[in-house]
Design a binder for this molecule. Structure first.
Ligand SMILES: *[C@@H]1O[C@H](CO)[C@@H](O)[C@H](O)[C@H]1NC(C)=O
Ligand SMILES: *[C@@H]1O[C@H](CO)[C@@H](O)[C@H](O)[C@H]1NC(C)=O
Ligand SMILES: *[C@@H]1O[C@H](CO)[C@@H](O)[C@H](O)[C@H]1NC(C)=O
Ligand SMILES: *[C@@H]1O[C@H](CO)[C@@H](O)[C@H](O)[C@H]1NC(C)=O
Ligand SMILES: *[C@@H]1O[C@H](CO)[C@@H](O)[C@H](O)[C@H]1NC(C)=O
Ligand SMILES: *[C@@H]1O[C@H](CO)[C@@H](O)[C@H](O)[C@H]1NC(C)=O
Length: 428
């Protein structure tokens, strides 16, 4: 450059703010604000235990689950904006010392079918003629324990440990307990989330059905169905490509390519299969996807409800009716759905909630905010807000060579749904 040009260049740049090393406050360039959509409100703060699942009752009671670990309790109810207490009682929790046992050198989780072991997901169904408003509790029966040298491990399940409990919100008492045979809930299954259709005509028993996702990291993910009248359970789409993890999927969180760094193990990628699920308001369609996939799938629920005993071709017909709705723009974690038929999906890579719109056939933006650092459970309240847990999961110790990079508080954020959207109440 000639000296005169250099001078002109210096003059031009001094006229605008100087941008220093990755400090773009004063830039004249376009930047990404990291946010869009309706107002995000900070509803609750977690200071003691990191949450997983949440659900809000018709009267605004707010329940939360925490996987164990060494936490004292695994199911809680918020008592104010900054604290939760054990629910329905501290006594219902197995003591940490009783969470696991061993046999021939193999660690197994407790087979206790009445005490709480490690609760992953929660869901509230409204009162109907046959049951009170009910808090449904998904106890995976598989805590994470810490072995030699700080290496975390998730012991195999024993029948009895993995269970679904129904708690009446009228008397705060467990009134229903369902366990699973080892042929339905495998020792390495992991029940991640649940939805209900309680209408009488769903099953011969007339007491409704639960649809559960088995996200098994170890390898046989699929759906588990539970007849709430007979207690009979069965599987569907086990290891179907639409329920399997995507091999060596590397998502990015906050702009960092993510690998799991666990003490005692080689560096790995996430391995979770079938994770998010949501019913359409008419109960006819189940939307779902594995955590590590960018694709959204669905299946008519009739193919999930067929029992293996009633139709030897149940598995093949189900596989023949899986619908692929294409990519949605990233991995998705938990799902929720409203009475307008929108399928909300937590998008941990984008600090966002996206929506699949069955009317436009497209995935659409809903809300994005830099505070949404790993949106986990999402739940719609009677007030038409979507509540989501924020738990900073990628920074947890078990994924970072034992170094806990999470910083309290965790949070519940809430956002008003579009177009007067409400919780689905058409499924009995
Ligand atoms: C970033 O730059 C602005 C001016 O453009 C300055 O006021 C601010 O102090 C800088 N921030 C940091 C963290 O250096
Ligand atoms: C919230 O509840 C906890 C537990 O009962 C209590 O210790 C705390 O003081 C309460 N905080 C406020 C602001 O009321
Ligand atoms: C199961 O766990 C509960 C809660 O800790 C306890 O009260 C109960 O005695 C246990 N049952 C058995 C069979 O150990
Ligand atoms: C449960 O797991 C812990 C941590 O690995 C271990 O120290 C303890 O011995 C186990 N308990 C039983 C009964 O195997
Ligand atoms: C609580 O309610 C459930 C469901 O209505 C009922 O089955 C149970 O008997 C009640 N338990 C108590 C202790 O009132
Ligand atoms: C159950 O009954 C509802 C009407 O109450 C109907 O819309 C639905 O199609 C029925 N479902 C099945 C599987 O028969």
């Amino acid at each position: 450059m000639r000296p005169s040009l250099l001078t002109a260049f210096a003059l031009a740049t001094s006229a605008v703010a100087q941008v220093t090393y990755q400090n773009s406050t004063g830039t004249i360039l376009r930047t990404d604000s990291g946010s869009y959509g309706p107002e995000v409100e900070e509803y609750h703060y977690y200071y003691e235990q990191w949450p997983i699942g949440l659900t809000i009752s018709s009267t605004g009671r707010f329940f939360v689950s925490y996987t164990r670990g060494n936490y004292a309790f695994t199911l809680g109810e918020a008592v104010n904006k900054t604290a939760e207490v054990p629910y329905p009682s501290a006594d219902l929790n197995l003591p940490v010392s009783a969470l696991n046992t061993s046999w021939n050198g193999i660690q197994f989780s407790s087979g206790n079918s009445t005490g709480l072991i490690s609760v992953q997901a929660l869901y509230i169904t409204p009162e109907n003629a046959r049951r009170p408003e009910t808090l449904w509790v998904v106890d995976t029966g598989r805590p994470t324990i810490t072995g030699e040298g700080g290496a975390p491990t998730m012991p195999y399940a024993q029948p009895g440990g993995p269970k679904i409990l129904g708690i009446s919100l009228t008397n705060d008492t467990v009134y229903a307990t369902y366990t699973f045979p080892a042929s339905v809930h495998f020792p390495d299954s992991y029940m991640n989330d649940i939805r209900f259709d309680l209408r009488e005509n769903m099953t011969a028993s007339g007491h409704g059905i639960a649809y559960i996702v088995d996200s098994s990291d170890e390898g046989r993910p699929g759906f588990i169905m539970l007849d709430l009248g007979t207690g009979e359970s069965w599987r569907r789409l086990t290891q179907h490509p639409s329920t399997l993890r995507v091999d060596r999927d590397v998502p990015s969180y906050q702009g960092h390519p993510f690998y799991q760094r666990t003490i005692g193990l080689p560096i790995q990628t996430l391995r979770e299969g079938l994770d998010g699920l949501q019913l359409s308001p008419d109960g006819k369609t189940m939307y779902y996807s594995p955590l590590t996939s960018n694709y959204l799938y669905s299946i008519p629920t009739a193919y999930l409800r067929t029992t293996p005993a009633s139709d030897p071709l149940a598995e093949i017909s189900a596989a023949n009716h899986v619908e692929n709705h294409g990519q949605r723009g990233g991995n998705a974690n938990g799902f929720e759905g409203d009475n307008n038929g929108l399928i909300y999906q937590c998008m941990p890579e984008h600090n966002a909630i996206y929506v699949y719109n069955p009317h436009t056939l497209l995935t659409e933006p809903f809300v994005r905010d830099p505070r949404i650092i790993w949106p986990d459970g999402a739940s719609i309240g009677a007030d038409g807000y979507l509540y989501m847990n924020i738990n900073q999961l990628p920074y947890q110790a078990t994924w970072n060579y034992g170094k806990d990079g999470r910083t309290f508080p965790g949070a519940v954020l809430r956002v008003k749904l579009p177009n007067g959207g409400k919780k689905i109440t058409t499924l009995g």
